[in-house]
Write a protein that binds this ligand. Sequence first.
Ligand code: NAD
Length: 369
Amino acid sequence: MGDEIEFDDLGPLKVIHVHEPSVGLKAILVVDNVATGPSIGGLRMAADVSVAECARLARAMTLKNAAARLPHGGGKSVMFGDPKMTRDEKEARIRAFACSLRHEHNYIFGPDMGTDEGCMAWVNDEIGRCVGLPREQGGIPLDEIGATGWGVAHAAQVAIEYCHFDMHGARVVIQGFGAVGMHAARFLSERGAILVGASDSRGAVYDEGGLGVAELIALKTAGKSVIDSPSGEKLERDAVIDMECEIWVPAARPDVINAGNVERLKAKLVVQGANIPVTEEAENTLHERNVLSIPDFIANAGGVICGAMEFHGATEGAAMNAIAEKITRNTREVLEASRRDGKTPRAAAVELANRRVRRAMDNRRWSLF
Ligand code: NAD
């Protein structure tokens, strides 16, 4: 990815590069837009992060948080390095990064790829400004309770009203049976849907009569793969794209549905659990084929809603209720606008989020700070 940032009238407000050689720290913070409140966004740790990637992710958080009507803007931070470095090295870098941003009150840290609740405990110890803390410190363990999968299931529930099938007996396929995917499967099956296919990085499993959701979750929690399941047909990883189903949930990697494979997808509804799992071109193709596709930042906002609720001192139950309420309402609003204006759901969702950010900006003296 190139290192160019695009600036427009929404942001970014600030780009901060941090360098502290004594602990090998090189990191970047992008605060995109704070019109709706101090930004919340994850701290990503990877060897190949870039300022452009950080800015793109920060903008995605602006739209996601505004769409969810959270009192928070969008930001993101990235740290260069292998997340599998020793615990001591990681702790030193994260503590140093948090300290360097102690006066950046417009940014609230959260966990992301390469960081977890333990990392947030170090940030909290240094500056007391983060979400995603361990339970003992008032945190709500969003991956353990399945906050994002809960939101995905609610998005699906509303979207079905715009499709021609019932939840009861609907066949579900999950690509990426991880924190998001397994809980989406659990909440959908509790509503009467049947999980027929699932994959992870090692392969896929299929059973037209239905897979055991609890058994697959137990396998994954024990560090195994869905292909270690004693039942079901074992297939190669991307076989999930060809599986016939009503609901297809991408919950693994970006761009997994693209111009090269979108024609293979046989689902009636795609609910995007992962971030940008469908390319723009493929999303347009799905729209032309009347396959409903619920955009990522509407369907997978459960994690950040949970984080924001934690930040404001809410209980786990209140956080789950907020996720259900916000995602149900937003999915309906997006699908109504999409139907009314003949736009793709993504175009309608971007318009909705933009409108909410700009309305907040109108109430401020300066547009961005
Ligand atoms: P995770 O690491 O818990 O799970 C990812 C799963 O995908 C793993 O089981 C992995 O084996 C599998 N996988 C990896 N590559 C694959 C491939 N090519 N094909 C099939 N499976 C593959 O991660 P997660 O927290 O569940 O996040 C999944 C996606 O959702 C990511 O894009 C993440 O950014 C996004 N997301 C997560 C949350 C959250 O609350 N965790 C919130 C919003 C968005």
